[in-house]
Every structure is written in C-alpha cells, then in structure tokens.
Design a protein around this ligand. Structure first.
Ligand SMILES: Nc1nc2c(ncn2[C@@H]2O[C@H](COP(=O)(O)OP(=O)(O)OP(=O)(O)O)[C@@H](O)[C@H]2O)c(=O)[nH]1
Ligand SMILES: [Mg+2]
Length: 213
C-alpha cells in the first residue's frame, strides 16, 4: 500500500551515548519501551507518518550513535536535516555538559535553521536527578531551543517531543520563514498541490495534473 503525506521532514536524534536516543525513537514508533537497548553502531533509521495541524507529515528519522568513535560517520548524516531531538540524561551531568558541542555540530553541519527540541530524558529516575528542570530550561531559552523532559520508559512526552518539533517546522513553512524548496532544507512536498500553502489568499492553486513532460 502506498503512503500519502503532505510533507516529509528529515529528523535527527543526537546527544551523548546512553542518554536514551534509540529508546525514544523506539517508543515513538512502537509505542513501547525498548528492552536491552545496545549502543547504536553508526546510525539507525525509523520513520512514522503523523498528523500535525491537519497536515500529514512523514518523519524520516536518523538515530545517531553517541559514542565518540562513530562521530565521523554520524556527522555525515546531519546534512539537510530539518529538525532534531537533542537528548541528554537528567541523571548525568556529563551528558548535559556536552550539549553545547552537540548544538554547534547540529547548527554547522545540518543547517543554521534547524529546529531543535532539547529532551531531558529518563524523567522517571527522579531520585537520581543531577540536572534540574530550571537550569535546562534556561539553557534552552538562551540557545533558542524548545525543551521537554521525557521518559522513553514510561513514554511521557515522547510523542510530544517529535510532534512539537514537526509543528514548529510546519509553522515556519506556513509563515514563509522556511522554504521547502531550498536545497538541503530537509523538507519535501508529498503532494505538489500543497505549494498553495505559501501562496497569498486568492491566488490560483497549482494544477494537480501532470503536464506529461
Ligand atoms: N529509566 C530509564 N532508562 C532509560 C530511558 N531511556 C533509555 N534508558 C536506558 O538507557 C540505556 C541507554 O539507552 P539507549 O536508547 O540505547 O541510548 P542511546 O542514547 O541510543 O545510546 P547510543 O546509541 O550509544 O548513543 C538503556 O539501558 C536503556 O534501557 C528512560 O527514559 N528511563
Ligand atoms: Mg542508540
């Protein structure tokens, strides 16, 4: 069966090793916790079609390895990503301290316009918390990131994180701030008729028919 969607967005999941990136992606796609998750070797891939603000969006998601030894491989997947989940572990200050570097990589290697949501994962481990909600939300504000605390174990805020990022991208397309036709935007139209989205009210909608050329 062929899938239909209005847009396709390329997403990345980045952050230090062991923060729960693969478990977040697994929960988003399978709606359950991934038992016995091993370190990702290079990159893994997942995709899901979601409904955002009345539009059908296919998210094409690259789950990258956090381990340093894979850095040169994972960096080659950054190019042209429209959105990213930047993940740290609320029980590990070390993973929080590494955020600035991940952010620099994302903005230089993917795109300066990449829409990033910061995810403080393992929210269920409150007793082992090393990073407060407040300090992470300040970091997010200072760096123009959205922010949520998530749990890939309970599923709390997992879907919200992906949807919030997708919704922001869609809003930016609608306002003209993001141009899906720019090379490397990480966005593709699933249906050419949606180009009318960005057309002024009253302008004729592009024809759905193929010209056959
Ligand atoms: N309690 C709890 N444990 C989690 C959560 N998310 C992941 N874990 C555990 O954290 C460990 C690492 O999870 P992964 O998803 O493999 O981490 P990763 O970020 O993909 O790691 P790399 O692939 O090496 O970059 C696993 O033992 C998971 O069971 C969570 O939300 N809560
Ligand atoms: Mg992984």
């Amino acid at each position: 069966m062929s899938e239909t969607y209005d847009f396709l967005f390329k997403f990345l999941v980045i952050g230090s090793a062991g923060t729960g990136k693969s478990c977040l992606l697994h929960h988003f796609i399978e709606s359950k916790f991934k038992q016995d998750s091993n370190h990702t070797i290079g990159v893994e891939f997942g995709s899901k079609v979601v409904n955002v603000g009345g539009k059908t969006v296919k998210l094409q998601i690259w789950d990258t390895a956090g381990q340093e030894r894979f850095r040169s491989v994972t960096r080659s997947y950054y190019r042209g990503a429209a959105g990213a989940l930047l993940v740290y572990d609320i029980t590990s200050r070390e993973t929080y301290n590494a955020l600035a570097q991940w952010l620099t990589d994302a903005r230089t290697l993917a795109s300066p316009n990449i829409v990033i949501i910061l995810c403080g994962n393992k929210k269920d481990l409150e007793g082992e918390r090393e990073v407060t909600f407040l300090e992470a939300s300040r970091f997010a504000q200072e760096n123009e990131l959205m922010f949520l605390e998530t749990s890939a174990l309970t599923g709390e805020n997992v879907e919200e994180a992906f949807l919030k990022c997708a919704r922001t991208i869609l809003n930016k397309i609608e306002s003209g701030e993001l141009d899906p036709e720019r090379m490397g935007s990480g966005i593709q139209y699933g249906d050419a008729s949606l180009r009318q989205l960005r057309q002024p009210r009253g302008a004729p909608a592009p024809s759905r028919q193929s010209c056959g050329c």
